[in-house]
Each structure stands twice: as structure tokens, then as C-alpha cells.
Unconditional design. Structure first.
Length: 319
């Protein structure tokens, strides 16, 4: 499979690595990252420089791992006997891929952040909130009820010059969203979603997963906009219903742990840095800091309070 992420990062892989389908392309002549899951030729003399290779044997079984050239054309190769009985890609490998994508973006003055993005009449907005803080519900409301164009509702790529690029992953929703927005889903999907919601309420264990569903099953006939210039940033806080404009420093303090320290990126970077000691995590955070500060300093910033289902109405009133 081949992916082109807004001409910023190009990837070639022999397996689906879970990236948004809009990035899939037929040709990728000069990939920035090559991913190969399965058997591969042992490392040769041509692999020089920043290279990590290891293998592990357990009787007749053999695992191999290769990560190389973090500042050039990156190779991430992995072979494990488990793929013979359990196809698919491990979450640990996915987190490394996301960290590598972010690293490549940082080299081009961009960053992958935890936030939603929409656009209307040429005005792009970022919506920032913690996990389950209302980004998806607010995005659905703004598109369906107020005519906004959709870019993403969970993760967004931002550039130092204030451009947002879409990163439309599957929407994570719960049964309450179905009733609020009259979403038509098959009975099987409704049952799975209800069970998932019950697990979330009763337990914080890893099997308590969120329910992810394709965007087009919720926003029928939506056209995903590829990019927009960020004019306003909204931080969803809950509490008393309000909207208040705040300065950039106040926003930075409030949202640092939300968009700077994205958990899956930190996990991925941690794994990458174990193998290739080319930089420290502090350097990565500093690079992300530069990009995100530039975006925030170039935008109007607001704190939004109230009930989750009213965020869309409050935000739409400022556009």
C-alpha cells in the first residue's frame, strides 16, 4: 500500500498501517518511509549510519527488527512468527510509525496534534479538548447544523505558517451521539456500540475500547476539505455556559498536555529512541513547541464552556 500525506510525508508499506484512507495513492516513487511486515533479507553492508538491527530466536522461531536512516529514507522492517497465526500490525509498531510521521512533519515545520479542525467561508478553526471532551460531537454539529466543512475531528496536522491539513480518522462515538444526531446504523453496530459504552462506564481496563465508525456513515455525502488557514482556536472546558477570548499564553498553559504531549506519539518516540539515539525527546518537544506556538500566536483564541451538545451552537455564533 502507498500513502501520500499532503505531499509532506510519503509512505510505502506491504500492509495496511491504519492511516486515513484519503492518503492512499496508486504511485509513490520517492517514499520517506518504507514499512515491511514479514520476512526480509538480513541486514547487509549497504546499511550504514543510523541503523538498528536485532533478531531474537526461540527454538526454530525467529523475530527480526530493522530501523534505519531516521534523517533520510526511513526503513521500518519487522518479522514475527505471530503474524502466521494472527495477521495485522501490532499497536507498538503503529505507535512507532506515527512517531516517525510526526518526526518527518517536524522536519518540514509541521506537527500532528490532538484536535479537530473545520472550515467555513475561508475561516479555519481548531477545536481542542481532552479525550472524550466533545470534539467529535461538536464537529458533527457544526457540519450538519451550521454548514461547516470537515477536515478532521480527532487529529490534525498544523504548519508553522498557520495552515491546517486534514487527518480524518474514524469517528469515535457512543450511543448518545446516535440519538442526538439521528444517525442510522445497522443493528449489529448499535449492539456493539452499546456494549462498548457499558464497558467504558464500568471499567478502565484495556478491553474497554471506544467504538470507531467511518465518517461517511455519520456525515453522509460530506466532502473532506484538505486544508484551511487557522483563524480561531476554541478550547472546550465544560462548566458554566460561556465563551471568552483569551490571550495565547493562557491557551498554551491550558492545552499543553492535550496537544503537545500526545500519548501515542510519546510512546512511539520512546520506542524509536531506544533504538536510534540521534536526538532526545526534549528536542522533539521543543520542535513541536515552535510549530504550535506559531499557530496559536497567529490565531484568535477562545475558551468555551457549557454542555457538550451546545458547543457547536456557541462556536457557530462567533463565525
Amino acid at each position: 500500500m502507498k500513502y501520500n500525506i499532503h505531499n509532506l510525508v510519503k509512505i510505502k508499506s506491504n500492509i495496511d498501517i491504519g492511516l486515513p484512507y484519503i492518503f492512499q495513492v496508486k504511485r509513490c516513487l520517492t517514499p520517506d518511509l518504507i514499512v515491511h511486515i514479514g520476512n526480509f533479507t538480513d541486514i547487509g553492508e549497504e546499511e550504514e549510519g543510523d541503523v538498528c538491527y536485532y533478531e531474537h530466536k526461540l527454538g526454530p522461531l525467529k523475530s527480526k527488527f530493522l530501523l534505519s536512516h531516521l534523517n533520510g529514507k526511513i526503513k521500518l522492517f519487522y518479522k514475527s512468527p505471530r503474524y502466521r497465526i494472527q495477521p495485522g500490525i501490532r499497536q507498538s509498531i503503529i505507535s512507532m510509525i506515527l512517531a516517525i510521521i510526526d518526526w518527518k512533519l517536524l522536519q518540514k515545520n509541521c506537527a500532528l496534534i490532538f484536535g479537530a479542525c473545520l472550515e467555513k467561508e475561508g475561516e479555519g478553526i481548531l477545536i481542542i479538548a481532552p479525550s472524550r471532551g466533545g470534539k467529535t460531537l461538536t464537529s458533527i454539529s457544526l457540519v450538519k447544523d451550521y454548514g461547516f466543512n470537515y477536515l478532521s475531528d480527532d487529529k490534525t496536522i498544523v504548519s508553522k505558517d498557520g495552515i491546517a491539513y486534514s487527518y480524518p480518522t474514524k469517528m469515535k462515538i457512543n450511543p448518545s451521539h446516535i440519538g442526538t444526531h439521528k444517525i442510522n446504523l445497522k443493528l449489529k453496530a448499535r449492539i456493539e456500540m452499546s456494549i462498548s459504552s457499558i464497558f467504558r462506564m464500568l471499567s478502565s481496563l484495556s478491553f474497554s475500547r471506544e467504538f470507531a465508525i467511518d465518517i461517511y456513515k455519520i456525515l453522509q455525502n460530506v466532502n473532506i476539505k484538505r486544508k484551511a488557514h487557522i483563524e480561531k482556536i476554541f478550547l472546550l472546558e465544560g462548566g458554566k455556559e460561556r465563551i471568552q477570548e483569551v490571550d495565547s499564553e493562557a491557551v498554551l498553559k491550558k492545552i499543553y498536555n492535550i496537544i503537545f504531549l500526545v500519548p501515542h506519539l510519546l510512546t512511539g518516540y520512546d520506542r524509536v529512541l531506544r533504538f536510534l539515539h540521534l536526538f532526545r525527546l526534549g528536542e522533539v518537544i521543543a520542535m513541536r513547541d515552535k510549530v504550535i506556538r506559531s499557530v496559536i500566536n497567529g490565531s484568535q483564541c477562545f475558551v468555551v464552556g457549557g454542555r457538550c451538545e451546545n458547543y457547536g451552537k456557541i462556536i457557530a455564533g462567533t463565525i
